[in-house]
Design a protein around this ligand. Structure first.
Ligand SMILES: *[C@@H]1O[C@H](CO)[C@@H](O)[C@H](O)[C@H]1NC(C)=O
Ligand SMILES: *[C@@H]1O[C@H](CO)[C@@H](O)[C@H](O)[C@H]1NC(C)=O
Ligand SMILES: *[C@@H]1O[C@H](CO)[C@@H](O)[C@H](O)[C@H]1NC(C)=O
Ligand SMILES: *[C@@H]1O[C@H](CO)[C@@H](O)[C@H](O)[C@H]1NC(C)=O
Ligand SMILES: *[C@@H]1O[C@H](CO)[C@@H](O)[C@H](O)[C@H]1NC(C)=O
Ligand SMILES: *[C@@H]1O[C@H](CO)[C@@H](O)[C@H](O)[C@H]1NC(C)=O
Ligand SMILES: *[C@@H]1O[C@H](CO)[C@@H](O)[C@H](O)[C@H]1NC(C)=O
Ligand SMILES: *[C@@H]1O[C@H](CO)[C@@H](O)[C@H](O)[C@H]1NC(C)=O
Ligand SMILES: *[C@@H]1O[C@H](CO)[C@@H](O)[C@H](O)[C@H]1NC(C)=O
Length: 490
């Protein structure tokens, strides 16, 4: 819908013409971005490759042309075009080499070096100093709270740090859907052993490791000129591997009957709303925040897609998003008056648009708008957007702790005397699905309380004892999905 011709034209005729093509003024933008091409998770630590660096560098250049370049019709009102103004920008990534480096690569083109004219400073004593690297602009990257080490982790939900979300995702491994897939694909994975036996034992070559196996092979098909038994990797087999990995990861990231599973999407939703709300609160102030950028994992995309109902727009949203993909919330006004600090649009004149691109966005292959929340509308009023996001967003530590059932560490401060009552109430719901083995509802309530206790104390064995549930512990699962036995690692 944003034709590249229009963008090219606007760039070619930088006068106010660009604005008149498009009577919208962009006020603020939030971008959530996946890292570029990397090495396989199973060969942790994962690293961004040169190809991946190139991808995020290219995407940064695209977003510069859309939002930073002063001649773009989508230039964010008031944002600096050449020299970065720190307060206008908020960039974050979890503590993770691949994600942190991806953010750096992206920023290199978002705000490229200012060149030799602007990189010189005169000192008191009259001598001049030239900044290194042609005026390369240093931009700090904040630490996103969850997702630490996510590219080294084969168990993404574990990096969410949320107790109930981990339990919920683990329940997938006991579901009928999972068991059916597991049985149906035994031969398929077994037959791939000649390709993957360097990393996966026969026992680990199953649907349980669908993503890790896909990831290992996908990385090899990009980088390894000498894959053992490569003839086994027909197009059909490769697409089957992808489809199975997509199914596996979608189910771990989202389940409409178990919303907490999508906790990373809930946190992201709050971050987006809080950032853009902050932009509105700054009311066009020059130093106000205007562009938020966060790097994160495909699991967060999937969780957010599920919560926002995008899987109903296209089944493609249930597939893991490609390297260097981005989703964007673009906040704008179409009020005809020029946007200034003294004439800043009222909330009722503010709209948002959700954009997404699978893989590296470029001017010739830009992001596309999609309707959120089953609205069928590519443009939503700001107030409606906020109220729909708030239906699932988790915006502060207290809400997060309650929803996650965490009560220790940073969450200890949020535990009050009522909390045990209410959390046993909600977890008795879970125990009904977990222990639906003819136990009466009253007993289930008690089990619910015990499950909560077991979670809090980390005594998963107690759950096993009480309801014969096979709760896969995070550690065991990590080992299993790693497929790395201690011998292999050593
Ligand atoms: C990633 O880089 C680290 C050094 O920073 C290295 O030890 C590791 O082997 C690299 N991983 C791969 C898969 O190349
Ligand atoms: C001027 O000050 C800088 C920084 O203190 C110093 O490195 C430089 O040698 C000084 N130049 C002269 C000519 O004194
Ligand atoms: C929440 O609980 C889980 C499971 O007990 C634990 O792994 C995680 O570290 C906790 N998170 C926080 C922030 O306390
Ligand atoms: C989704 O959640 C429900 C309720 O917890 C559970 O019964 C079902 O097995 C889950 N499905 C998957 C695929 O995880
Ligand atoms: C690449 O191929 C070689 C065989 O030539 C194999 O030893 C190695 O494990 C492969 N690496 C990957 C990541 O597939
Ligand atoms: C397999 O897929 C690649 C790329 O998608 C294509 O170039 C190639 O022709 C396909 N091979 C066969 C045998 O279909
Ligand atoms: C938006 O910001 C205002 C302060 O300007 C605050 O009162 C309000 O709670 C915020 N709303 C949301 C949804 O964050
Ligand atoms: C993105 O592309 C991958 C294939 O590379 C596909 O599996 C996934 O469904 C796509 N996602 C969307 C939202 O188009
Ligand atoms: C602004 O856009 C909204 C949504 O597309 C539309 O309803 C409204 O009429 C537009 N207002 C102006 C002044 O163009």
């Amino acid at each position: 819908m944003f034709s590249s011709t229009l963008l090219t034209l606007a760039t070619a005729l930088p006068l106010a013409l660009g604005q008149s093509y498009n009577s919208e003024t962009v006020l603020g933008v939030y971008i959530f971005h996946r890292h570029g091409d990397r090495t396989a998770k199973i060969t942790a630590p994962a690293n961004l490759t040169d190809l991946g660096y190139r991808q995020v560098y290219t995407a940064g250049d695209y977003y510069r042309s859309r939002y930073i370049d002063s001649s773009s019709p989508y230039h964010i009102s008031g944002i600096n075009s050449d020299i970065v103004l720190q307060s206008q920008l908020q960039v974050s990534a979890p503590i993770d080499t691949v994600l942190q480096n991806s953010a750096t690569g992206f920023l290199q083109t978002l705000y490229p070096p200012v060149g030799t004219k602007l990189d010189t400073e005169e000192l008191r004593n009259g001598s001049t100093v030239t900044a290194p690297m042609q005026g390369y602009q240093l931009i700090p990257i904040g630490v996103a709270e969850s997702g630490t080490g996510s590219e080294d982790s084969t168990w993404l939900q574990g990096t969410s740090d949320c107790a109930k979300a981990e339990i919920s995702s683990n329940q997938y491994f006991t579901s009928t859907e999972y068991n059916k897939m597991y049985d149906q694909t035994k031969d398929f994975y077994h037959n791939l052993l000649p390709v993957i036996s360097g990393m996966f034992s026969a026992e680990d070559a199953t649907f349980e490791n669908a993503y890790t196996i896909y990831d290992y092979i996908n990385v090899a098909t990009i980088h390894n000129a000498t894959i053992p038994s490569a003839s086994l990797l027909t197009n059909e087999t490769l697409s089957q591997l992808l489809a199975l990995a997509n199914n596996h990861e979608w189910n771990l990231a989202y389940n409409s009957s178990a919303p907490i599973r999508a906790v990373t999407g809930m946190t992201l939703a709050a971050q987006i709303v809080q950032f853009l709300n902050g932009t509105l609160a700054d009311a066009g102030s020059f130093t106000g925040q205007k562009l938020g950028i966060q790097f994160g994992a495909y699991g967060t995309f999937a969780s957010f897609f599920g919560l926002a109902g995008l899987q109903d727009v296209s089944v493609d949203f249930t597939g893991a998003t490609d390297y260097a993909s981005s989703m964007v919330v673009e906040m704008f006004t179409n009020a005809s008056d020029a946007v200034t600090t003294s004439n800043y649009p009222a909330d009722g004149d503010v709209y948002v648009r959700f954009l997404y691109h699978n893989g590296t966005a470029t001017a010739s292959d830009p992001p596309t708008a999609y309707p959120l929340f089953g609205s069928g509308q590519n443009v939503l009023g700001w107030n409606d957007f906020v109220s729909d996001m708030n239906k699932f967003s988790l915006g502060d530590t207290g809400a997060w702790c309650t929803a996650c059932g965490n009560s220790t560490g940073a969450c200890a401060a949020y535990v009050d005397s009522d909390a045990s009552g209410s959390s046993s109430g909600s977890s008795s719901q879970e125990s009904k699905t977990g222990c639906s083995n003819g136990v009466s509802p009253a007993v289930n309530g008690v089990i619910g309380a015990m499950v909560t206790l077991a979670v809090v104390l980390g005594l998963e064995a107690l759950v096993l004892l009480v309801c014969g549930l096979r709760v896969v512990s995070k550690k065991r699962l990590a080992q299993a999905s790693n497929g790395v036995s201690s011998e292999v690692k050593a």
